[in-house]
Design a protein around this ligand. Sequence first.
Ligand SMILES: [Ca+2]
Length: 195
Amino acid sequence: MEDKRKEITKEGIYEARVDNPSFEEDKPGQNWIMGQGGTWVNNIISGWRVVGPRLAGTFRPDIFIYPGGVPDGHNVAWTNGGSIRQVLKEKLAAGFTYVLEVYVGKRTDHPCGNYSVELCAGDNILVSESSLDITPGKFSLSRAVYTASELSLYQGMPLEIRLNGRTQANFDKVTLVIIPPEVPRQARIICRFFQ
Ligand SMILES: [Ca+2]
C-alpha cells in the first residue's frame, strides 16, 4: 500500500498512516459469531496483530450496547485481555511530538472497562494513557502525547500503537498526529494539540 502522509497544516503537521484505523476492513461473514451484544470475530483485525494469550478481535455492536452509535462506521476493536498492536512505518525522531488519539468505549452490559493506550518505539513504552472514566454505553477520547528528546535512546525505532484492556474494552478511530520540532507552539495550540 502507498505510504501517503495526510497533511493537516501548512506548518508540516501530519497524520501518520495507520492501517484499518476504524476497524471497518473486516465485515461480518465466515468465522464471525453472533451473540450477546452483536457480532464479532476472534483474533482477526486486519492490519493489527493480537498478542495473547487472551482474545481480542473485531466487533460490530448492537445499538443497545452503544445507544449513540460508535464514533466512526460500524465496527470497533474489542479485547478481553489480548493486546492489539500495529507497528507503523514512522520512526521515532528527536524533537518531534506525537499525539495518539483513540476512542475508548465501555459497553452498557459490561461494567469493567479497564484499558490502556500506549505509544511505543521498538518494545519501549513512550507514553501510556489509562485515566478516562467512561460512561457505560459511550466512548471517550483518549489522548496520549509524547515529545522525543534529543537524547532519546529510542530514536530511529519504529513506532507501535498498543491497545490493551481487560473485560470487553472497545476501541475506535485511531489517529496519530505528528508535529515537527520547528512548528511554533502557537501553531500547535491553534491545531488543538497540546504538549
Ligand atoms: Ca469504526
